[in-house]
Write a protein that binds this ligand. Structure first.
Ligand code: CTP
Length: 427
């Protein structure tokens, strides 16, 4: 490890010739901009090549010269910079980055980003880059909690932007609350943990969304699942390096790019698609809200309202997860089996029973009632596995999915992972 002060002697100095991760640090205008200096140093210490782009507001707090000295690279501040555009225009800068991190990300920056504005170099870059983007928000806690910022946050999460922080505690304004920028070391760790992914090259099969069971050619029995959690899991597994196949019912949003998809409607179609894709699967995640019953004899013509009442006879659908679990022991490799449980009461007890009765390796349980659960932006999960459990606190489903994927990766390699929850130090 190099001397922390000797930042110009890091491997990243050999520049474009090395495999050093290339991190573009965007700095927007908040008092936490001074902490971005430490982030740049931290990334250099860890061997990254760093380039800095500052908004006009950021320059009111820290000078470009500071970041130039710390990054060892010229700092870009203007979209229309004749000199810089000749060497590296904003598109080339966007292409250069393996990852983009905005620290601090102000409420204004988040709002501009959520609306797709491109009114300065940083926001233009954010539209042009295909690299993963991480935001470290910093603002007064009331600004963080304002519905406008909540909406920006939800939109950006939905688009796959990752958030680190904000932390809670005393703020620069003297108030207490959530809005402090995460510590630079935590941001650097979050950025670099993704090299290589926790599920690098693992084959992950995921079911997502609701199913529709036909009553007649125009009607069906369905449920309120939006598919959001399953789509977020597919994106998080992809980001962790997995080769993902997503078998999904009719979801409210399109599947994320970079995953193989099979669109289905009924439980029977989902069952068939899963069995077809099962070979070679190392992790099976059943997040779909599969109908438990379907009309036994769907009509082949539209039912007419000729009678005062109508009885539909229902029959059980195949239990996809239970069926995969039954076959699992014969499969090589035996897939790690992850199920979901939605419960209105006695969460731990019901989920624990399902873990055992279905022979699962992990179950993620959440509480559903009139006000919570299906279709929500946020969720909280109680994860149980044989001999252990962990609560994942309420947060946007996209973030929650990232945490669950990390937990799944831990379960996949218990022998090689010193932090594994069932490793001896926990016993
Ligand atoms: N599941 C499945 N196929 C089904 C039904 C459920 O794969 N036909 C999966 C779900 O994707 C989820 C888990 O099984 O991972 C849910 O288990 P289940 O026992 O069906 O939960 P509930 O439907 O909540 O059961 P119950 O109504 O008995 O509480």
């Amino acid at each position: 490890m190099s001397d922390p002060e000797d930042i110009f002697a890091t491997p990243a100095d050999t520049g474009e010739m090395t495999d050093a991760p290339r991190i573009l640090v965007g700095v927007s205008g908040g008092i936490a901009a001074y902490k971005a200096c430490e982030l740049v140093r931290e990334l250099r210490r860890r061997g990254c090549a760093v380039r800095v782009v500052m908004t006009a507001g950021a320059q009111a707090f820290v000078t470009p010269l500071t970041f130039q000295a710390l990054s060892g690279e010229p700092v870009r501040t203007h979209l229309l910079d004749a000199e810089a555009e000749s060497g590296m225009d904003h598109i080339a800068l966007a292409r250069w980055a393996d990852q983009v991190v905005i620290a601090p990300a102000t409420a204004d920056l988040m709002a501009r980003m959520a609306h797709g504005l491109a009114d300065d170099l940083l926001t233009t870059l954010l539209l042009a880059t295909t690299a993963p983007v991480t935001l470290a928000p910093a603002m007064n806690h009331r600004m963080w909690e304002h519905p406008a910022t909540r909406a920006s946050h939800a939109t950006l999460c939905e688009r796959g932007v990752r958030f680190v922080g904000p932390d809670s505690g005393e703020q620069a304004c003297g108030e207490q609350g959530a809005g402090r920028m995460a510590e630079p070391a935590a941001i650097a760790a979050a950025l670099l943990d993704t090299h290589p992914g926790a599920l690098q090259d693992r084959r992950v099969l995921i079911t997502a969304g609701p199913t529709r069971e036909p009553v007649d050619p125009v009607r069906y029995l369905g449920n309120r699942s939006s598919g959001r959690m399953g789509l977020a899991l597919a994106a998080a597994a992809r980001d962790a390096g997995a080769r993902v196949t997503l078998v999904h019912g009719p979801c409210e949003h399109p599947p994320p790019p970079g995953v193989a998809t099979r669109a289905v409607e009924t439980a029977a179609e989902m069952h068939a698609a899963v069995l077809e894709a099962l070979e070679g699967t190392e992790v099976f995640i059943a997040s779909a809200a599969v109908a438990d019953y379907r009309p036994a004899a769907p009509a082949d013509h539209k039912l007419k309202k000729s009678r005062d009442s109508l009885n539909l006879e229902l029959e059980r659908t195949p239990d996809i997860l239970a069926d995969v679990a039954r076959r699992a022991e014969q499969l090589a490799p035996r897939p790690l089996l992850v199920g979901f449980a939605a419960e209105t009461d006695r969460l731990r007890e019901h989920a624990g029973d399902k873990l055992t009765s279905k022979g699962l390796d992990l179950i993620a349980a959440n509480r559903v009632d009139a006000g919570r659960g299906f279709g929500d932006v946020d969720n909280a999960l109680l994860c149980l596995w044989p001999g252990g459990e962990r609560e994942l606190p309420r947060q946007p489903k996209e973030q929650l999915a990232g945490e669950l994927i990390r937990l799944i990766a831990d379960r996949l390699a218990p022998d090689t992972n010193p932090d594994h929850p069932s490793s001896p130090q926990e016993a």
